[in-house]
Structures are given as structure tokens and as C-alpha cells.
Ligand binder design. Structure first.
Ligand code: PBG
Length: 327
């Protein structure tokens, strides 16, 4: 009797057979590119802790959005960096605020060629950097913040967002946003709920990207990285409140959470490969310590394998191009 009888290596012998039996594929259409636009810029600006990612001017944003569409990305998620901030984050609600203006620009430029999404949160617009309005005790006032999110959702829908992404982790935010959109005649605008968002140190470079003024942390509203059951409860609540899609964030350190959420609900599940995940790979690659493209693809494949059907990643356009070349 020859030994071993069963040889798994047979199915690993050539690129062709490996491709044939591959269990997980990442498609460009599943990738969403987060993009930053800063009010008042005439030229795009690099972000030191996110090499390769830009703070766009309105013009460069439009051009980069078109390039991303040509690369085949499934969506674009917009973040605005205002020139001025105030305690209530009024620039997020103002139709002339940078994010709403940028949504209008991008929607006009790309039409239906990709899904235009917007981050629905006040932290980029508040002088204190928190995701909501502060109460007298200095903590974020949940219900006062909800009223602001409702207005912000309507402003983003009016500007042309096809999907809004409430990301402030206020209780009840999805229900309030859904009702506000419906009441204003935007029943067709979808809600991508940042259902599971951890109080993560992996958001560090993002705070540079949006020049966040935050002192302290977000632990009274974002989740404790130690918890999984709590995430399933957040997801259940968001789906009950009308979330069309749910997101887990960050991605790679939380693949168990992605898998558990995928098993728990039937709505599309997204994962956000956040700024710190990107920055670590770029830093190691710049030092020649890892093979950059292989690491990028390995992370995306792993997030996909864990169960995310949609991946937000700063590599979306580049990865979409690489994927198209490899098929
Ligand atoms: C909130 C928001 C944040 C990120 C996405 N939406 C920042 C935060 O909660 O501190 C982080 C994204 C990243 O790190 O790439 N507007």
C-alpha cells in the first residue's frame, strides 16, 4: 500500500489547479474606497501617517473618483475635513458644508457608475472632536446627537448620497436616520450601519487625515475590544431599526466578529480595513520587511473568507486593478 494514500498537495501543484480550487475570491465590485476632501484646498495634500492616501481638493476628488470607478470599485465612502469647526458640528448639516458639497460633486461626476456613500458622523465637524454633541457633564449626549444625525442624513441624501453610513455609535441612530430619510422623501437611500465599531487604537492615522481635535477617547460610545456578544446585540438592534447593511470595524483584528456577524444576520456584511491596518502594512513595506502586494491581497482575502461581502479599504482602487490583471 503506497503511503500516504491521500495527498492534499495534488491540488496545490500548479497555478491553474490552485486557481480552480480556490474557495475565496475578492472581486473589485466588493471593494469600497474611503476618500477625504478638505475644504479650501487647491491642490491635494499627502497624509503623513497614510502614505499614498490624500486629502483631496474638490477638483482632485472628482478626478480620483472617476479613476476609482474606472478601476472597478463597488463604492466610494466620502469624509469631509472642514476649514472651521464648532461645538455642534454645524458644518456637517449645512448643505454648503464640505462633505455635502463633495457628495454633490462626486454624484454628478460618477452618476450611477458606482455607489456614493457618506460617513454620517459629527467628529470631523466638532471643535472638540467627539462624534456628537456634548452634554453638561462633558460626555456625548445621545439623544441630542440623534437629532443632529437626522438632519445630517437628510442633507447627505439631498446632496445625492445613495448610502449613508452612521458611524457615531449612538443608541438608536439607525432608526432615527431611517425615519428622517423616509419623512423627507428619501426612502430609497440605504443605511450602512457601522453596527460594530470598537474603541480602537487602529483609527490613529484617520485622526491625522481629518485633523481631529479629539482629546481623550471614545470609550463611552465605541465598544470594548474585549466584547463579541455585545457586537451581536448591536447588529440585532441595527437590523431591527432598519439597517440595510451592517459593518464591522476595524477588520483584521476582528475577523472572529466578522464571522459571527455573518452567521447571525442575512443582510450584507461589510468590514472596514481601517487606517492603522493600512499604515502598518505600508510602513513594513517601505522598510522592505514584507511583500506589499501579497500582504494587501492576503489581508483582503482573509477579510472576505471571514464572511465580509463588502470591504472598505484605502487600497480599493489599486487592489481592484491588481485583481483585474490577475483574472
Ligand atoms: C467617524 C469615523 C472614524 C473612522 C471612520 N469613521 C474615526 C473614529 O471613530 O475615531 C476611522 C476610519 C479609519 O481609521 O480608517 N467619523
Amino acid at each position: 500500500m503506497p503511503y500516504p494514500e491521500i495527498r492534499p498537495r495534488r491540488l496545490r501543484r500548479t497555478p491553474a489547479v490552485r486557481r480552480l480550487v480556490s474557495e475565496t475570491r475578492v472581486a473589485p465590485a466588493e471593494l469600497v474606497l474611503p476618500m477625504f476632501v478638505k475644504e479650501g484646498l487647491t491642490e491635494p495634500r499627502p497624509i503623513a501617517s497614510l502614505p499614498g492616501v490624500l486629502q483631496h481638493s474638490r477638483d482632485s476628488l472628482r478626478k480620483a473618483a472617476v479613476e476609482a470607478v474606472q478601476a472597478g470599485v463597488g463604492g466610494i465612502m466620502l469624509f469631509g475635513v472642514p476649514a472651521e469647526r464648532d461645538a455642534t458640528g454645524s458644518g456637517g448639516i449645512d448643505p454648503a458644508g464640505i462633505l455635502n458639497v463633495a457628495i454633490r460633486d462626486v454624484a454628478a461626476e460618477v452618476g450611477d457608475a458606482t455607489v456614493v456613500m457618506s460617513d454620517l458622523c459629527l467628529d470631523e465637524f466638532t471643535s472638540h472632536g467627539h462624534c456628537g454633541l456634548l452634554g453638561p457633564d462633558g460626555d456625548v449626549d445621545n439623544d441630542a446627537t440623534l437629532a443632529a444625525y437626522a438632519e445630517m442624513a437628510v442633507a447627505q441624501a439631498a446632496a445625492g448620497a445613495g448610502v449613508v453610513g452612521p458611524s457615531g455609535m449612538m443608541d438608536g441612530q439607525v432608526g432615527v436616520v431611517r425615519r428622517a430619510l423616509d419623512a423627507a422623501g428619501y426612502a430609497d437611500v440605504a443605511v450602512l450601519a457601522y453596527a460594530v465599531k470598537y474603541a480602537s487604537a487602529f483609527f490613529g492615522p484617520f485622526r491625522d487625515a481629518v485633523e481631529s481635535a479629539l482629546q481623550g477617547d471614545r470609550r463611552t460610545y465605541q465598544q470594548d475590544p474585549a466584547n463579541l456578544r455585545e457586537s451581536l446585540r448591536e447588529v440585532e438592534l441595527d437590523v431591527a431599526e432598519g439597517a440595510d447593511m451592517v459593518m464591522v470595524k476595524p477588520a483584521l483584528p476582528y475577523l472572529d466578529v466578522v464571522a459571527a456577524v455573518r452567521a447571525a444576520v442575512d443582510v450584507p456584511v461589510a468590514a472596514y480595513q481601517v487606517s492603522g491596518e493600512y499604515a502598518m502594512v505600508e510602513a513594513a513595506s517601505a522598510n522592505g520587511w514584507v511583500d506589499r502586494e501579497r500582504v494587501i491581497m492576503e489581508t483582503l482575502t482573509s477579510i472576505r473568507r471571514a464572511g465580509a461581502g463588502i470591504i472598505l479599504t484605502y487600497w480599493a482602487a489599486e487592489a481592484a486593478r491588481l485583481l483585474r490583471e490577475s483574472y
